[in-house]
Design a protein around this ligand. Structure first.
Ligand code: GLA
Length: 404
C-alpha cells in the first residue's frame, strides 16, 4: 500500500515537473516581438539598407524595449534555386550571402527570421518551398535562422494542415529552435489546429496603414484596416495562449496613420496579446513613433505571462470597452472611440460586474477596489470607487491598468 502511495507521489511529481519544463521550453511563452521588412519595403530590400535597420533597431531602443526578432520577408531570394536545388540569397541584394547577414543580426543581440511559402512560389514570385521542406529547413538552420514566416500563395491543390505540419516537422528535425509563424491568413481556421505545429498563426488577410476604412492600393487591391482586423479577433481569443498565438498581422505604426490612430492600433494589439512585429522604417522614425513602439506599460500588457487576450466587454454608439485579465490580478481596460466625433465617456465601475469565461475572471468592483493608471499619459486617475469620466477624441483610446 505504502509503495503504491510512494509511486503515485513520484508520478505526480514527475508530471508537475514536466509541465513546468514544458512551459519553460516554449519557444514563444509570450507573443513574439520583432521587426519585419514587408510593410514598409516590400521586396525592395538589400544588405546595406537592412544593416541600417539592424543598427537603428539597437540605437532607437527597440531591442532594449523587448523586440527580439529581425525578420526578412518576401524578396530576399534569387529568382531560381541553384543547380543543387538549394535556395540562394539574391547575390545583388545580399553580396555577402545570408549567413553573413544572420551573423550581423546575432552580433547585435537580436534573433534572425526569414520568409518562404508553402506553395510553389512566394506571393512575390520567388521560389516556394513545396516539395523542398527538409532541405530548406536544413539550410535555414545552417544560416542560424531563429524564426520562419511561412506564407500561402500559389498553393492550389495543396492541403493546408498537411503542408504546415510537414514544414513544422522539417524545422523540428533540424534540432535548432525555430519559431514557426504560419501565414495562411486564417483561410483554414488555423486556431483549431496550428498550435501543434507553430507558435503563431495569422488570423486574417493583410493589414494596410489605415485605421478605419482601408483604401485600395496601386494594384486595385484593398488591404484590411486596423478596425477590420480587430472585429475578427474576439471570437477566437480562447484558442491562443502561452506558446501559441493568434496573429492579427504586423504593425503599421509609423507608416502614415495619425498619431492617435497609431497609438490606438498599438494599444489594441497589446490588449489582444498579439505578436508585435514593427513594420516601419526604424532609421527614420519620429520620436512619437518610437514613443509608441517602446511604451513599457503597453508592452507589459502585451507580454503579460497569463497570455489571455482581451474581450469586447461593451459596445455602444462607437465606444467600446476591451478588458484583459493579467497574471498578477491586475486588469487592463481599453476605452476605444471608433466613432467620427470626440465623445465623453462616463463609466461607473461599481454598477457592472465583469466576468470572463476564458480566464474565469469574476470582478465586482463593490468588493475590490483598484487604482487606475493611464498607460499613455502616465497619470494616476484615482480608483474604481470614483465615477470615471474622460474625453476621448475620434479614433483614439484610453488604456488603463487597474492595479489591485
Ligand atoms: C502575403 C503575406 C504578407 C507578406 C506578403 C509577401 O501577402 O500575408 O504578410 O508576407 O505575402 O509577398
Amino acid at each position: 500500500m505504502r509503495r503504491i502511495f510512494l509511486f503515485a507521489c513520484l508520478a505526480a511529481c514527475c508530471a508537475l515537473q514536466s509541465f513546468a519544463q514544458q512551459k519553460e521550453n516554449l519557444l514563444a511563452p509570450t507573443p513574439p516581438m520583432g521587426w519585419n521588412s514587408w510593410n514598409i519595403f516590400q521586396t525592395n530590400i538589400n544588405e546595406p539598407l537592412l544593416k541600417e535597420m539592424v543598427d537603428a533597431y539597437v540605437s532607437s531602443g527597440m531591442r532594449d524595449a523587448g523586440y527580439t526578432y529581425f525578420v526578412l520577408d518576401d524578396g530576399w531570394m534569387g529568382m531560381e534555386r541553384d543547380q543543387n536545388g538549394q535556395l540562394i540569397a539574391d547575390p545583388k541584394k545580399f553580396p555577402n550571402g545570408m549567413k553573413e547577414f544572420a551573423d550581423y543580426v546575432h552580433s547585435k543581440g537580436m534573433k534572425f527570421g526569414i520568409y518562404n511559402c508553402a506553395g510553389t512560389k512566394t506571393c512575390a514570385g520567388y521560389p516556394g518551398t513545396h516539395g523542398h521542406e527538409y532541405e530548406d529547413a536544413r539550410l535555414y538552420a545552417s544560416w542560424g535562422v531563429d524564426y520562419l514566416k511561412f506564407d500561402w500563395c500559389n498553393a492550389e491543390g495543396i492541403e493546408a494542415k498537411e503542408a504546415y505540419k510537414t514544414m513544422s516537422l522539417a524545422l523540428k528535425a533540424t534540432g535548432r529552435p525555430i519559431v514557426f509563424s504560419l501565414c495562411e491568413w486564417g483561410s483554414n481556421r488555423p486556431w483549431y489546429w496550428a498550435a501543434q505545429d507553430g507558435q503563431l498563426w495569422r488570423t486574417t488577410g493583410d493589414i494596410g496603414p489605415y485605421f478605419n476604412k482601408a483604401e485600395k492600393n496601386k494594384d486595385g487591391w484593398r488591404p484590411l484596416s486596423v478596425l477590420d482586423i480587430l472585429d475578427r479577433q474576439d471570437s477566437i481569443r480562447q484558442y491562443a495562449g502561452p506558446g501559441h498565438w493568434n496573429d492579427p498581422d504586423m504593425l503599421e505604426v509609423g507608416n502614415g496613420m495619425k498619431f492617435n490612430e497609431d497609438k490606438a492600433h498599438f494599444s489594441l494589439w497589446c490588449m489582444l496579446a498579439a505578436p508585435l512585429m514593427a513594420g516601419n522604417n526604424l532609421e527614420k522614425m519620429s520620436p512619437e513613433t518610437t514613443g509608441i513602439l517602446t511604451n513599457k506599460d503597453a508592452i507589459a500588457i502585451d507580454q503579460d505571462p497569463l497570455g489571455v487576450g482581451a474581450f469586447r466587454y461593451y459596445q455602444f454608439d462607437g465606444i467600446e470597452i476591451w478588458v484583459r485579465p493579467l497574471a498578477n490580478g491586475d486588469i487592463a481596460v481599453c476605452f476605444l472611440n471608433r466613432s467620427d466625433r470626440t465623445q465623453t465617456v462616463t463609466y461607473d465601475w461599481a454598477a457592472h460586474l465583469i466576468n470572463d469565461k476564458v480566464s474565469k475572471m469574476d470582478i465586482d468592483f463593490n468588493q475590490t477596489t483598484y487604482k487606475l493608471k493611464d498607460i499613455w499619459s502616465k497619470q494616476d486617475l484615482g480608483t474604481t470607487k470614483k465615477l470615471f469620466k474622460q474625453v476621448i477624441p475620434s479614433n483614439d483610446v484610453i488604456v488603463l491598468r487597474l492595479i489591485k
